[in-house]
Design a protein. Structure first.
Lengths: 178, 353
């Protein structure tokens, strides 16, 4: 299986981290992984994104222009990347914070009210983890248990106390997918 | 072998430098390679005791390299395009003085201060000398984080084998992206490499050791030049490295180095899916260039499309290699723009079919 995805949003929303967690989980399952961030000046105050590819096969190009899945955490990202979803692919967006939702009819649109869910959890910083839960539930690209292991790997020991909150957020995201 | 990790190209480069038993790093920060210095400052000195200096400029850094290499130490610097330009004078001196050292250029878009996005506009500068005088660097072009790591180890070996500066020509994308990487085990730092030329003091009853690139007499300078050229010839005979993919039944060949070769690999797959017999040749050493390999395949194919993130630099070496025996066309994007696999295929179809 190969999953070619782009995670996009404002700088600070944790879109690079989403790809990174997925990437770590990928190599823990002995898959091939590439994670290509945007690193230009657009990151400061503007939009940030990372192309993350997880595959059972060797990965050729780490840079691609169409995707199996697009995760768009803000309006500019929906506007920019909705057209880059391959027919039959997925777009995930924050339906609680979007004025112009995706409109294509040849793709799967997942309206995930992640801003509302984050408020319910009383921590807006875990918005990205909620969306990652929805993403993994739909794409099945890695096992949920591997995500927990990846979190332990990525977070320094002193932040391990935050893992339960992140797990809760992730599960809330999975529950958004019916 | 060693453990598998998910690492950024620049961090993996720094980690490989530490593991290769590097004695010293002198450098100056510049995007998109600053993570090298950042990573080293967290890890290097405490782990192996290697010397780490953020120099006051790239000019200073390369001259520190010159000095430390002259003492027989395993040394490295890294920079990105404008910084590498500043190092050219020192590189010419190091090449002339025949000292081993390793440098990496995390190529960004130019000319001028340009952009921080990835590019390959420094091909000519890297493979044709770069500084003044008749010299070459041995140039390695990785196309993945893994190869970046492998080429640090190989680069030091080749630098020491040939007493020459070796360059890893990478780019901003390979520097910034994360991939799975397998690291080689930590190598011991060697306290004294015992080179007969190293300027660590005149041995009792030994000869005076003297490193210079100044030889006023033209006959002496010509002798140095002949020695350098003999060395480059030997590299051309023994050190060419390249990767050929699906060339046996190929009617057309795509060629590219570094990041673009990854993108072209996808183009090959897309083309094959449409029934176009595409193959690929990727030079891993840019100097010495796989001239012979291109010459051999040229009469058997209908054409070559060379793809680069510049206005067409390596394509000149491809044309020299095939000597008109096949059609060679070029496609490129400049200034930090990365071509996509579909875009390359479209250009190929328009040009050749």
């Amino acid at each position: 299986m190969t999953q070619e995805a782009i995670f996009s949003g404002f700088g600070g929303q944790g879109v690079l981290t989403m790809g990174m967690i997925l990437g770590y989980a990928g190599i823990m399952e002995d898959k091939e992984v590439t994670w290509m961030p945007s690193y230009g000046p657009e990151m400061r105050g503007g939009t940030a994104n990372c192309i993350t590819i997880v595959s059972d096969e060797p990965i050729s190009s780490p840079i691609i222009s169409t995707f199996d899945s697009v995760v768009a955490l803000n309006q500019p990202s929906i506007d920019k990347f909705e057209k880059a979803v391959r027919p039959g692919g997925n777009i995930f967006y924050d339906s609680a914070n979007t004025l112009r939702p995706p409109t294509r009819t040849d793709i799967n649109i997942y309206a995930c009210p992640v801003s509302d869910e984050a408020i319910k959890l009383k921590n807006t910083k875990v918005l990205n983890m909620i969306m990652l839960g929805a993403f993994v539930k739909v794409t099945n690209v890695v096992q949920v248990e591997t995500i927990w292991k990846a979190l332990k790997e990525i977070l320094p020991e002193r932040y391990h106390k935050l893992i339960p909150l992140n797990q809760q957020a992730f599960e809330a995201g999975m529950n958004l997918i019916k | 072998m060693g453990e598998k990790k998910l690492m950024k190209g620049n961090e993996a480069l720094a980690e490989a430098m530490i593991r290769a038993g590097c004695d010293a790093y002198f450098g100056y920060p510049i995007t998109p390679q600053s993570e090298v210095l950042e990573y080293l400052s967290r890890e290097a000195t405490q782990r192996t005791g290697m010397v780490l200096i953020q120099a006051e400029s790239e000019v200073a850094a390369i001259n520190m390299i010159y000095g430390a290499a002259g003492c027989g130490k395993r040394v490295m610097t890294t920079s990105s395009s404008p910084g590498i330009s500043l190092m050219q004078e020192g590189l010419s001196y190091i090449a002339s003085a025949e000292l081993p050292c390793l440098l990496a250029n995390i190529n960004r878009g130019g000319p001028g201060l340009g952009t921080i996005q990835p590019a390959q506009g420094d091909y000519f500068q890297s493979v044709k000398g770069g500084g003044h005088g008749d010299y070459h660097l041995l140039v390695l072009a990785p196309n993945s984080v893994q190869e970046t790591v492998d080429f640090v180890k190989l680069g030091f070996e080749l630098a020491e084998k040939y007493r020459t500066p070796v360059m890893i020509l990478s780019d901003g994308a390979i520097g910034q992206m994360m991939e799975k990487v397998e690291l080689f085990p930590q190598m011991e730092r060697v306290a004294d490499r015992g080179y007969p030329w190293q300027t660590t003091g005149k041995p009792i009853n030994g000869e005076r050791r003297y490193i210079t690139s100044l030889h006023i007499q033209p006959e002496k300078m010509e002798e140095i030049n002949r020695r350098l050229q003999a060395k480059y010839k030997k590299m051309q005979e023994e050190e060419v490295r390249y990767q050929a993919t699906l060339i046996d039944d190929a009617e057309y060949i795509l060629t590219a180095f570094g990041l673009v070769s990854r993108i072209c690999m996808k183009t090959v797959q897309l083309g094959r899916a449409k029934g176009i017999k595409l193959g690929m040749i990727r030079p891993q050493t840019l100097f010495p260039f796989p001239t012979k390999q291109f010459a051999e395949i040229a009469p058997k194919i209908k054409g070559i499309l060379d793809v680069e993130m510049n206005s067409g630099q390596m394509v000149e070496d491809v044309r020299l290699a095939v000597e008109g025996k096949t059609r060679v066309e070029f496609y490129g994007r400049m200034g930090g723009v990365i071509p996509t696999p579909d875009e390359i295929l479209e250009h190929f179809e328009k040009t050749f079919l």
